[in-house]
Design a binder for this molecule. Sequence first.
Ligand code: ADP
Length: 545
Amino acid sequence: MLSTMQDGQLSIATLLRHGSAVHAGSEVVTWTGTEGRITTFAQVGTQSAQLANALRGLGVTGDQRVATFMWNNAEHLTAYLAVPAMGAVLHTLNIRLFPEQLTYIANHAEDHVVIVDGTLVPLLAQHLPTFKTVKHVIVANGDAAALQAPEGVQVHAYADLLAAQSTEFDWPEIDERAAAAMCYTSGTTGNPKGVVYSHRSIWLHSMQICMADGMGLSSADRSLVIVPQFHAMSWGLPYAAFMSGASLIMPDRFLQPEPLVKLIEATRPTQSAAVPTIWQGVLAHLDAHPADLSSLREVVVGGSACPPSMMHTFAEKYGVHIVHAWGMTETSPLGTLCRPPAGLSEKQTWAYRYTQGRLPAGVSARLVGDGGEELPWDGESVGELEVRGPWITGSYYRLDEDGEGTEKFDGGWLRTGDVGTLTPDGFLTLTDRSKDIIKSGGEWISSVELENAVMAHPAVAEAAVIGIPDPKWDERPLVTVVLREGVEAQPEELRGFLTDKVAKWQLPENWAFIAEVPKTSVGKFDKKVLRAQHAEGKLDVRHLD
Ligand code: ADP
């Protein structure tokens, strides 16, 4: 028996129409360095129609790809909505990728148009001659004349182009399973791989973001979106905002701790999201320049493990509640988010809060052991996490043409490459990425656990742990430490600090003080670089007996 329910498509056009009408007065605040430039959701709606008309005028048809090379701002949000709503596919280019990777992804996705921020024109100009399929570049928030385009590429000024367009667009009816947007993983090994989101996956994921046990985003919120729009779709916040009516605060290129803190004080966000390294930087800045963060009801931290010490400092010094979440580009990205069960003691609640969080109904999971066997959810058995669900990718874009990446999929499950445990009530604790695991004398040492323990020491700003070859144990951990400014500490003291926190055989004997932990294009610890530095003898390692 079929249901009697109507079968409307879950499309980005629906979100666009809803947000710009029902939440017409909600705002996008784009930071200019000194103040917020305000665009209402109604204006985003109008400008989306103009952008869609302009793109049609430039020949964008069907599911052609329209790329963005932009910071987080109102114009980028407009592209997020207009491009999929007109039936084309938005491709967010990660401005921080290595040149050869950017060339690869623009050509692999066959981008037809690139919309670029004025401040990023010099960077794009370096890559543009290698982009084979791009015919048009639209320069927003800057001077189009500054771009010397290669032959065959036309350059347009965003504001002039839009001004000439109608403010109405007849948004087509689109199959909810059609491609809406694509994002490439940053490709720690091999070429970046394309993940293609559908209208439906974005809709369902947005609902999860808005759920109380998700990010709880609502029309009462002002969301400060620090996660770049070129990194895993800003964790879904732009679309969830158009669904819920939450206002958006966009930092544009002002992502350093000092302007971020200024922006928080000036625009009073209620909610925010970013990787831990951003918040570590903010904390270090606040040490010397205390500020009022009290507008923030909560901050979602994910992308890499959130050190418990950071959660405590934010809570105790600044009254900011951190919520830990886990996800990947491949999972839209929300995979788990931490809302501890009710009725527990403070200590028990904190123990839950350190975990990566709980599985929502839309994400099914299993843990798989070394021999391919499924492991129990007992909070102890450690295995690789595999997930599936309607906002989790089932393959990579055009994978069959380059072959790489098939190993990530296992009979309908995505093999995450993340290793950890699940509790009977569905809370995930990650101990490592499979490629970062340290195997010492046949036993696993969790680099994440060691890092968290070291980072709890007051002298430590950042710590990253890698495995290094050891003649006796095969591998042993090497702790690389960045000390806080003006503070001294010795390896003996740091190791002493760990004695009651980790098992004796896990206590690290190899330590190196470094000026900075190398970071990936999206601000995570880049252990591949650390391992290479160690292999090349560039780290000054102190070995304790
Ligand atoms: P990249 O592979 O370039 O880092 P993603 O942003 O898709 O790209 O990263 C996803 C990965 O980030 C996950 O597979 C996991 O290893 C890591 N990650 C995300 N959130 C967390 C978290 N809360 N704790 C630990 N690791 C995390």
